[in-house]
Every structure is written in structure tokens, then in C-alpha cells.
Ligand binder design. Structure first.
Ligand SMILES: Nc1ncnc2c1ncn2[C@@H]1O[C@H](COP(=O)(O)OP(=O)(O)OP(=O)(O)O)[C@@H](O)[C@H]1O
Length: 723
């Protein structure tokens, strides 16, 4: 029995606020692709069937008897009610309250936000709130559910901020499972989305069939003249009993899908289109975009398994949010064709958690608990092979991309630019891989891309860098900072650019961590050009220069005693700038210091320790430096030389990417320098303004406006946890 009003005696509940907002958006949406609700419901039904099948592995009784043992989905439609029934695990009263309304998942508000900024409703399943898409087509929904541990209940809602639950005493008992009844606004129904669901889906459908019935008198008189003529021509026909064919409507369950397991087929027989469709149903990603790549293979030997891995076309919205805190793998594990879990975190390392796919193994036992399975020794082997295959697949993406090849003869094709696309979506994962996976570090480093002083605005690789190295160049040079534009102007690049050395730009905060782990590549060491140890070949004059600036460097070091400067040296990296501040080889770079200071929770003791030493490097050919040397040699107590030296140091700190400890001190030094260049008396005071003072007193009582544009702190929590 169905109705369109909420039962009066039902227990009423309010939807959690975010859920209610989400439903408002959905019910008022003008989205035309409304049939997505069906795939969400079929996918939920399939999940519920997976759950009961998994439980039945250890407890056969759980499936019950008769029809209850049939793991299937049924679609039925009468007038304006569409119902989808599964014999899955079902929901208890508490499940109904929690799952369908009162507990907002993390995806709820993320999805609401996305929708408010014009996001695509099609992505609803990826945010874990697919159920609510039923309100795209229905204005009243009933969920009848029976779980083995509870009685049968009905959940109902008109998406008006509340829902109601009643014990079900009027519907036919379901035995076990869930029936969702949609009271649809318009009549619509579809057959898609059922492909790749591993349970049979039956549709209660009407069929027109031809039936032979005896022809009666009236029928005969209605025959057309032509037919009559034919009949009289054909002598024999007159002797047969007269019958005619009429159309009759019958109802029956029609099987919609052919429950095939794509991974069991030979990769040669599966078309690209089938892989793309399989990916879409696996990832609940129903955008038009195809996966970037896939790998379908059969591993033999001690441990046997089949697997299909996909690189999605886009990174999920929360890929790097709390990267170190969540256990999330996107691989489905099957044992001998039976779905076991999609929460197995030990199949792939974290950094590859962006991959989608499934593994089906014959080498794992079926009748053990998930925990026991997690310990099984074969898993290690599976994981190792999966990583190899995944990295091969990513490498292939690069190899097949004509943009990646140095040989420019490659013809235009659809693979063009695909590695850049991959890199923009998942590059950070490759970097995290280099940090986390020592065994595959070299393989992952091959996949690394970056811009450099010679990459011409494009991405380039370490192999390409090496192929361009100057003869005699031993190290791979790089610099870190916030943007390429800022780094291009850095004084650290002056000499390197002049001498035509290539320097890599690393501008992602994670790059600083990356370079602590990536020490060398193909026997070449990495050298941060803002750190000590930069060698650009022998300079024959360096010894003499050092000697001739000894007075200045010693004097300057003493003058900066309070500033923690380790030494003052002649620089080999400067051309146009007078000086620069270099950090020690093993301490933090200026960029790293800035990153650490912006992290609210970072430990200040550790900061002081890691800051490492600072070296002021001076350009012996620069006129200011030459002048300073002369003055210092003449009179080491020269006050204006001291002032200038301090100001030069602070300016160099800034230019080298450091944050100043005391910006006020710096500003007042600049102002006195401006005064002297304008020939103003250094003691000249600022005039008083009576009118301004009076105004200031008046305004003191006013409430200041809140700053609505205040920018939130960047989220670097995933990095915090790394340390
Ligand atoms: N047919 C069903 N049988 C049993 N439980 C169900 C069924 N449909 C929904 N549920 C429960 O309700 C929850 C919410 O469903 P919803 O579709 O909104 O999210 P989800 O299934 O977790 O994610 P997704 O949207 O990706 O399918 C599910 O997690 C499940 O616990």
C-alpha cells in the first residue's frame, strides 16, 4: 500500500542541517540528467548485497532460506511509483535514522559547496551522498528496510527538512533487504547503469507478445479487400480453422545485465569503451571523461591474481586532505570472484591511493575474517607487483605522450599532453612517493616533472635535464621558492644564468621535503643553489680575491655578531647584486624556514635548531662592496660603514627569501638612508598635527568593522604530520 502523505503516527526526525540544504538543492535543481538517481540506487543495492555476501562467508545461516538466498535486485514500476528492491543486508531502525538523514558525512558539506559554485550534480556519488539524488525525480520517497537484527521499518520523507520512521505493519514482509519507493514527479525510467553490477538485476516489465486466437465473424468482415482476395485465391487456406494474430501484454521479470566480470576476460578481448565504462561504474565517476590510463594483467607464480588498475582523469576533491591521517585505498579486493572489501589499506601504498581498480586473487583464503586476511603473507607479494605495474602504467603515459619526446617528429594524436594532465592532477603523489618509498625512489624520480631556467615554460624531466648538462657539470642545480616568476629574478641565479647552467625551479611546499630524500639521480648530486657548496669550476683568482677582501670580511662578520651570521665570504654566484645570504648545506633553506614559520603548530625549538647557519656572500666586483672595503681599511670604526653594512645584510636577507625578524628596524634604517640621500638633517623631527589628534580621539570610541576578506591560513596539515 502506498500513499503520498507522511503517516501521522510515525516518529518524526529533523534532517541534519547540511543534509537538509543538500536536499533543497537537489529537489530544486533544474539538472536535466535526472536518471543518475537510478545508478546511485543500484550501486547502493549492490553494496548492500556485497555486505551480506561477505558476512555469509563465515555464517551460512545469515542468508536465510527460499527467496532470501537470492542475491538480486528488482526494479518495478506501477503508475507513478518506481521501486528498487534488493535482498542485501538491509537497515535497522538506527541505521535508517543515521544513514539517511542525521549523520552528515564529510562529503555532504563539500558537495553543497561545490553545487553552490556551479558544480556538477553528476559527481554526487563521489561525495558519498548519492541516495539523496532520488529527489531529482521524486517528491516523496519511502524506504522500506529489513535487517536480520531488527523488525521491518519504513523511512519516509518529502524533503521538507524532516523525515519519519514507523515500524512496518502493513507492507508485505521483505524477508531481508531494502525497497526504495519513489513517487516520481514525471514518469521516467531507464535501463543504463546496470552493466558491471555483479548481481542480477531484474525489471518487472510489460511485454507485447503475438498470440494466435480463433478468428471470429466480426474480425473477418474487417479484413481488407486485398487480404480477402488472397484468401480466396488460396484454396487450401479455406480448409484450415480460421485464426488471427493479436498483441497481448504480459508481465515478467526481465534480466537487464549479464553479470560479467570484465577482469576474468582476456585483455585482448576487452574494448577501450568497455574499460572506460567499467571504470565509471567502479569509481562512481560518471563524467564523460575517460580514465587517463589502465593496466589489466594476470599475475602468475607463487601468488596468483588478476587486476585492473586505472588512473582517473581527475584527482578526487579530498585527495591530499589529511593525507597522513586517513587510511584510504580505492582498490576493491575480490577472492575467487567474491567481493571482500574496498577498505583494504594494504594493497597499495598511500601515495598511490589515487588509483582505482580491483584485485581478484585465487591465492587468498575465503573463509577467514578480514583481519586475518589483512595479515596474509600473499598480500605483500600482491602489493609489490601492483606497485610495479602501477608505475609502469604511469611511465607508459609519459612514453606515449608526443609532447614528452625530445624527438619533435611525433604526429598529433589523442595522447598529446596527457602526461602534463596527469602531472597536474597527481604530481604531488609522485613526490610523496619519492619521500615514502625508498625501494622505488629511482623509478619515481624518473616520473618527476618541473620547470627550469631552460624548459621554456613547459615541464621537463631529470633525464632531459641530464641530457642538457654542460660538459664538466657534476651537480643538478635547483632552487626553491614560492613561484617561478619570483625565482627567475633571484640573485642566486645570476652567475649560473650567465654561465649557461640550467637550474630547476621547485615551487611546491612539498618540494622542500622531497629534496631531503632525493639525494642523487644517475650518479649526479643535487645542489640547492641558495645553499653552501655550489661549485662552478675552479676560479684561479679566488685565492687572491679572498686575501684582498680579508679585512672587510672579518670586519663584517664582527659587525653582524648579533645576527647569527656564521661567516662572510667571497661569492661565486653573484654578478649584478652586491651580496646574498646563503644557508648551510644541511639546515633549512630560506624557503623552508618560511614554510615552517607559517605552520601554526610547528615547534619553535625545532625551528631554531633547524635554521642552521647563515653565510653572507659578497660580490667583490660590486662598487658598494669595493667602497665598503676602502672605508673599513681606512677606519674600522666608521659609523656610516657599519650602518650601511647592517642595511646591506638585511636587504640581502630579504632578497634571498628570508623573512625579517625585525621589519621595523629595517624600515627605520631605510628612512634614515633616504634622509641622508635627500640631505635632510638626521635629527629633524616630525611636525605635530593638532586637527588629526582631535579626530583620533573622537574615533577611538567607534567599533572597528570586521575584516570579511581575511584570508584563511593555507592548509599544510599533510606536511605537518610528515615531520
Ligand atoms: N539499499 C540499501 N541497503 C542498505 N543500506 C543502504 C542502502 N542504501 C543506502 N544505504 C545506507 O545509507 C548510506 C547512505 O547512502 P548514500 O548513497 O547517500 O551514500 P553511500 O552509499 O555511502 O555513498 P555513494 O553515494 O557513493 O553510494 C549508505 O552508506 C548505506 O549505509
Amino acid at each position: 500500500m502506498s500513499r503520498r502523505t507522511i503517516r501521522g503516527d510515525a516518529e518524526k526526525f529533523e534532517f541534519q542541517a547540511e543534509v537538509s540544504r543538500l536536499m533543497d538543492i537537489i529537489i530544486n535543481s533544474l539538472y536535466s540528467n535526472k536518471d543518475i538517481f537510478l545508478r546511485e540506487l543500484i550501486s547502493n543495492a549492490s553494496d548492500a548485497l556485497d555486505k551480506i555476501r561477505f558476512l555469509s562467508l563465515t555464517d551460512k545461516e545469515i542468508l536465510g532460506e527460499g527467496d532470501n538466498t537470492k542475491l538480486e535486485i528488482q526494479l518495478d514500476k506501477e503508475k507513478k511509483i518506481l521501486s528498487i528492491r534488493d535482498r542485501g543486508i538491509g537497515m535497522t531502525k538506527e541505521d535508517l535514522i543515521k544513514n539517511l538523514g542525521t549523520i552528515a558525512k564529510s562529503g555532504t558539506s563539500a558537495f553543497v559547496e561545490k553545487m553552490q559554485s556551479g558544480g556538477d550534480l553528476n559527481l554526487i556519488g563521489q561525495f558519498g551522498v548519492g541516495f539523496y539524488s532520488v529527489y531529482l525525480v521524486a517528491d516523496y520517497v519511502e524506504v522500506v528496510s529489513k535487517h536480520n537484527d531488527d523488525k521491518q521499518y519504513v523511512w519516509e520523507s518529502k524533503a521538507d527538512g524532516s523525515f519519519a520512521i514507523s515500524e512496518d505493519t502493513w507492507n508485505e514482509p521483505l524477508g531481508r533487504g531494502t525497497e526504495i519507493r519513489l513517487h516520481v514527479r514525471e514518469e521516467e525510467l531507464v535501463k543504463r547503469y546496470s552493466e558491471f553490477i555483479n548481481f542480477p538485476i531484474h525489471l518487472w516489465a510489460s511485454k507485447e507478445i503475438d498470440v494466435e486466437v480463433p478468428a471470429d465473424e466480426t474480425a473477418e468482415t474487417e479484413t481488407s479487400e486485398d487480404e480477402e482476395k488472397e484468401e480466396t485465391d488460396d484454396e487450401d487456406s479455406e480448409k484450415k480453422p480460421k485464426t488471427k494474430t493479436v498483441k497481448e501484454t504480459t508481465y515478467d521479470w526481465e534480466l537487464l545485465n549479464d553479470v560479467k566480470a570484465i577482469w576474468l576476460r582476456s585483455p585482448k578481448e576487452v574494448t577501450d569503451e568497455e574499460y572506460a565504462k567499467f571504470y565509471h561504474s567502479l569509481a562512481k565517476d560518471f563524467s564523460e571523461e575517460k580514465p587517463l590510463s589502465w593496466s589489466h594483467f594476470n599475475a602468475e607464480g607463487d601468488v596468483e591474481f588478476r587486476a585492473v588498475l586505472f588512473v582517473p582523469p581527475k584527482a578526487p576533491h579530498d585527495l591530499y586532505e589529511s593525507y597522513y591521517n586517513t587510511q584510504k585505498s580505492n582498490l576493491k579486493l575480490y577472492v575467487r570472484r567474491v567481493f571482500i572489501s574496498d577498505e583494504f589499506d594494504d594493497l597499495l601504498p598511500k601515495y598511490l591511493s589515487f588509483l582505482r581498480g580491483l584485485v581478484d586473487s585465487d591465492s587468498l583464503p575465503l573463509n577467514v575474517s578480514r583481519e586475518m586476511l589483512q595479515q596474509h603473507s600473499s598480500l605483500k607479494t600482491i602489493k609489490k607487483k601492483l606497485i610495479r605495474k602501477a608505475l609502469d602504467m604511469i611511465r607508459r603515459l609519459a612514453d606515449e605522450d608526443p609532447d614528452e619526446s625530445t624527438d619533435k617528429t611525433g604526429i598529433l594524436n589523442e595522447k598529446k599532453g596527457q602526461y602534463t594532465k596527469f602531472w597536474n592532477e597527481f604530481g604531488k603523489s609522485i613526490k610523496l612517493g619519492i619521500i615514502e618509498d625508498a625501494t622505488n625512489r629511482h623509478r619515481l624520480a624518473k616520473l618527476l616533472r618541473f620547470e627550469s631556467t631552460k624548459s621554456d615554460g613547459k615541464l621537463t624531466s631529470l633525464d632531459q635535464y641530464i641530457s642538457r648538462m654542460k660538459s664538466g657539470q657534476k651537480d643538478i642545480f635547483y632552487i626553491t621558492g614560492t613561484s617561478k616568476e619570483q625565482l627567475e629574478k633571484s640573485p642566486f641565479l645570476e652567475k649560473l644564468n650567465k654561465k649557461n647552467y640550467e637550474v630547476i625551479f621547485f615551487t611546491d611546499p612539498v618540494d622542500e621535503y622531497l629534496m631531503q630524500y632525493l639525494m642523487d639521480y644517475e650518479d649526479k648530486k643535487f645542489q640547492n643553489v641558495s645553499k653552501e657548496g655550489l661549485s662552478l669550476g675552479k676560479d684561479s683568482k679566488s685565492k687572491d680575491l679572498k686575501e684582498s677582501f680579508k679585512d672587510l670580511t672579518k670586519w663584517w662578520k664582527d659587525a653582524l655578531a648579533a645576527d647569527n651570521v656564521d661567516s662572510v665570504k667571497i661569492s661565486n654566484r653573484l654578478s649584478g647584486s652586491p651580496c646574498v645570504v646563503v644557508t648551510g648545506k644541511y639546515g633549512w633553506s630560506a624557503n623552508m624556514e618560511r614554510i615552517m614559520q607559517s605552520q601554526t603548530l610547528s615547534d619553535s625549538n625545532k625551528q631554531a635548531y633547524m635554521k642552521g647557519k647563515r653565510v653572507l656572500e659578497i660580490n667583490p666586483r660590486h662598487p658598494i662592496i669595493k667602497e665598503l672595503r676602502e672605508r673599513v681599511v681606512k677606519d674600522p670604526t666608521d659609523e656610516s660603514a657599519k650602518q650601511a653594512a647592517q642595511l646591506m645584510y638585511q636587504t640581502a636577507l630579504m632578497e634571498s627569501g628570508f623573512m625579517l625578524n625585525d621589519p621595523q628596524d629595517f624600515a627605520s634604517r631605510i628612512y634614515s638612508s633616504v634622509k641622508s640621500s635627500l640631505s635632510i638633517n638626521p635629527d629633524a623631527a616630525v611636525e605635530e598635527d593638532d586637527a588629526e589628534e582631535a579626530e583620533a580621539e573622537e574615533e577611538a570610541g567607534a567599533v572597528p568593522e570586521a575584516n570579511a576578506d581575511a584570508k584563511p591560513e593555507p592548509d599544510t596539515s599533510y606536511l605537518k604530520d610528515e615531520l
